[in-house]
Design a protein around this ligand. Structure first.
Ligand code: F6P
Length: 321
């Protein structure tokens, strides 16, 4: 393989830059030309393609976001859009493509392989950590740490004012961020879309802790499980406790990646290049499973729904009594 392309697509995630850096440097090390495609599939359609050098990825390993920029492209959901994208790849002589992103980005990559035979390798990168087939996606660890840091700060003021705080976190339809950050932040209740919950039980738990003298609490709600604002109103109505709601929003998507995310991104980026060098004959994804880096067919990402570890969820409940 003489020439590959790399793009980032979908919601950005801290560590994407470290992955781009790894792809570019590993490819150049092996004498393979690398093209950076800007703005994801939108840029591929609009021919926003430039050759990358060793220096073009200097000083980015520590930066959040993505230097290649990212977008969600409507045009790419059409066959005509994908045909334009394929023609641009062909015109540049790009023989293999590394797609760094979430499941929407992987679906696009799979289409390029199925319709035009493009050799694609997906690198999972999403703060939601909801890609089936990999234990971790790039960005998740950094986001969990950002949320824990926010919870620590909120806990200071919750303690001082003896208030109940509801913290709404991202995650789309999944509760992985809420669960991990809730455990690490010592949240009193964690509400996630995967597990049905009862407002009555949550309020009873709060009342009992109040009776024991614990006058401040933190409740984490994943955005996919409902609205933090509504939950705050309901809790106030049912318990009479003073509540405040914080929606963490996009601060969860930014920031310098943790060492874990940088290493994950570096290893996955290098592995993706090796997969293309070794001449994969189909769409593949890189995954981190049970402590190992593995290559899998890209379709695996769509063959199931990633499950929450219910034991872990129960433990969170026990520890928060
Ligand atoms: O998929 C990442 C994510 O941050 C989700 O957690 C969230 O629901 C969504 O993207 C927000 O998207 P946008 O940045 O387009 O508002």
């Amino acid at each position: 393989m003489n020439s590959i392309g790399v793009l980032t697509s979908g919601g950005d995630a801290p560590g994407m830059n470290a992955a781009v850096r790894a792809v570019v440097r590993k490819a150049l090390f092996h004498g393979i030309k690398v093209y950076g495609i800007e703005r994801g599939y939108a840029g591929l359609i609009n021919n926003e393609i430039k050759e990358m050098s060793l220096g073009s990825v200097g000083d980015i390993i520590q930066r959040g976001g993505t230097i290649l920029k990212t977008a969600r492209s409507l045009e790419f959901t059409t066959y005509e859009g994908r045909l334009k994208a394929f023609q641009n790849l062909k015109n540049h002589g790009i023989e293999g493509l590394v797609v760094i992103g979430g499941d929407g980005s992987f679906r696009g990559a799979l289409k390029l392989y199925e319709e035009f035979g493009v050799k694609v390798v997906g690198i999972p990168a999403t703060i939601d950590n909801d890609i089936y087939g990999t234990d971790y996606s790039i960005g998740f660890d950094t986001t969990v740490n950002t949320v824990v840091d926010a919870i620590n700060k909120i806990r200071d003021t919750a303690f001082s004012h003896e208030r109940t705080f509801i913290v709404e976190v991202m995650g789309r339809n999944a509760g992985f961020i809420a669960l991990e950050a809730g455990i690490a932040g010592g949240a009193e209740s964690i509400i996630i879309p995967e597990v049905p919950y009862s407002i009555e039980e949550i309020c009873q738990k709060l009342i009992k802790s109040h009776q024991r003298g614990k006058l401040h609490s933190i409740i984490i709600i994943a955005e996919g499980a409902g609205s933090g604002i509504k939950l705050g109103e309901l809790i106030k109505e049912k318990t009479g406790f003073e509540t405040r709601v914080t929606i963490l929003g996009h601060i969860q998507r930014g920031g310098s990646p943790t060492a874990f995310d940088r290493i994950l991104a570096s290893r996955m980026g290098a592995m993706a290049v090796d997969a293309l060098r070794e001449g994969i004959s189909r769409g593949m994804m890189v995954a981190f499973e049970k402590g190992e880096y593995v290559l899998k067919p890209l379709e695996i990402a769509f063959s199931g729904k990633k499950q929450i570890d219910l034991e872990y969820y129960r433990l969170a409940d026990i520890l928060s009594i």
